[in-house]
Design a protein around this ligand. Structure first.
Ligand code: BES
Ligand code: MN
Ligand code: MN
Length: 462
């Protein structure tokens, strides 16, 4: 075994203990009540980078939460790998569904993780994953095998739309110059079938409001003669998808990339396991756009989902009322070459169009993001594939993911480099959900794969 891999094996337990300390900090970016925790998490990340051997480590202030930067430049003539990750996490609620505290990490075994998995908010998304890079970097430094320059940016606002990062990278273009961006914030298809993520969907997110009468009404005195905003809204939402599973918004599919039959055959080589899929989420049957497999529906096709609907009385007991207003949050996942601006605009126009004339509609856009694709005929993809094949000892396939990391497309626009999404989670990790966990197998395979990526990438770029 190489020096680097030896170092990793010898320090395994400490790596895990350090990760657990990081997971104890409730760095919830969405909730201002946790701002102290988010800031102290940034400090802990900076401390880890310094201890691992990074230089120029800085906690860079922004209008929002800080970005932690660090670098190790060994030779300006060598390629530079920029590592991106995020130290902020999603809110942990609903708390009552956690089997142990979201910020009290514990290692437990599960049928899928006989080697154990660490349970805590952020374990897979993304603390456990960016921390693999810090530890792989430490291993390369301590064993004197680092073959490339390295830069780190670990941000604290990913879960709220990376609001400050865009401006910050634009203002720091020179400092961030790199050849490739390496990100572990996605998942592999399965432990037996490792994959490199070659695509991410974009996102368009809107909040809608339907206003009927100018005040809440007694449902006995007024019921039967006025539009009920809750009914109107639910009817409108159900109209957004037709019997075939197609989204009905005018022009919604205009710019959708039609993936070639060849590529569809290739991507469906990943064993779609419909029974396991249904079982894992307790469903009798799946549904979706006609003519596409589950794998395709969740990767190369755009989708629309209501994320929350509310209005009226939802407290204890009964209250006979027709609410004045009804609300919903609706997200759309986008594929190349849709853009969030285009889709938000088309949504808004259509939503107004299908509304009955006796209600008032408001559509408020939230942050969105562009889709992203990494072609498989690039050195970036090849280095990742080879690295994971070496660590897992089996063939690695490309895999387009349904999730979104909007900053990847901005990186390409501003910094001109491709992102490689070498994530090691599993879709069963319950990210954004109670009992989030990250397998120790996945954590250690990640740490082992990263130095191989550096090595192969440096060789391919010679
Ligand atoms: N790491 C996830 C995205 C992800 C997870 C992509 C698994 C692929 C596989 C990221 O932290 C995230 O949650 N992104 C958000 C978008 C963001 C704008 C809030 C998402 O996908 O909902
Ligand atoms: Mn993430
Ligand atoms: Mn996330």
């Amino acid at each position: 075994m190489s020096e680097t891999q030896n170092y990793i094996q010898e320090h395994k337990q400490r790596f895990l203990d350090e990760l657990c300390d990081l997971l104890k900090i409730a760095s919830i970016s969405a909730d201002p009540a946790y701002s102290k925790e988010v800031l102290s998490c940034a400090e802990m990340v900076a401390k880890h980078l310094t201890e691992a051997g990074a230089e120029q480590v800085e906690i860079c202030n922004t209008k929002g939460y800080p970005i932690v930067y660090g670098e190790k430049i060994i030779d300006p003539k060598l390629p530079t790998v920029l590592i991106y990750g995020h130290y902020d996490v999603q809110p942990p609620d609903p708390l009552e569904l956690w089997e142990s505290g979201p910020f009290e990490p514990v290692v437990k075994t599960t049928p899928l993780h006989p080697e154990g998995a660490v349970f805590a908010r952020g374990s897979a998304d993304d603390k456990g994953q960016f921390f693999m890079h810090v530890k792989a970097f430490e291993a390369m430094i301590k064993s004197h095998t680092l073959p490339c320059n390295v830069k780190f940016i670990i941000e604290g606002e990913e879960e709220v739309g990376s609001v400050s990062l865009g401006d910050w990278i634009t203002a720091n273009k020179e400092k961030l110059k790199n050849d490739v961006i390496l990100i572990s914030d996605t998942h592999i298809y399965s432990k037996e079938q490792p994959t490199v993520t070659t695509g991410l969907r974009g996102l368009s997110y809107v909040e809608v409001e339907v206003e009927g009468p100018n005040r809440d009404l007694h449902s006995g005195l007024y019921g039967g003669a006025v539009p009920n905003p809750l009914h109107v809204l639910s009817r409108m939402i159900s109209q957004l998808i037709d019997e075939e599973g197609k989204i009905t918004i005018d022009g919604f599919y205009d710019n959708v990339e039609e993936v070639s039959p060849e590529e569809r055959v290739e991507m469906n080589k990943l064993k779609d396991d419909p029974e396991g899929f249904k079982q894992s989420i307790g469903l009798k049957d799946t549904e979706g756009e006609r003519g596409y497999t589950t794998l395709e529906r969740t990767s190369i096709r755009p989708t629309l989902d209501a994320n929350g609907i509310w209005g009226g009385y939802i407290g204890e007991g009964a209250k006979t009322v027709i609410p004045s207003k009804a609300f919903a949050k609706i997200s759309m996942r986008l594929v190349p070459y849709q853009t969030p601006e285009e889709i938000t605009e088309k949504f808004s126009r259509y939503f107004h169009k299908i509304a009955p004339k006796n209600v008032t509609i408001k559509v408020t856009p939230h942050h969105g993001g562009m889709p992203y694709v990494l072609p498989i005929d690039t050195d970036e993809y090849k280095a990742a594939k080879m690295a994971m094949e070496k660590a897992f000892g089996t063939e690695v396939l490309p895999y387009r993911s349904g999730g979104s990391i909007p900053i990847t497309s901005l990186f390409e626009q501003v910094l001109g480099s491709k992102s490689v999404l070498m994530g090691f989670g599993l879709d069963s990790d319950a990210i954004h959900s109670p009992n989030e966990h990250y397998g120790l197998f996945n954590f250690y395979k990640g740490i082992e794969s990263i130095p191989y990526f550096f090595q192969y990438y440096a060789e391919l770029k010679k």
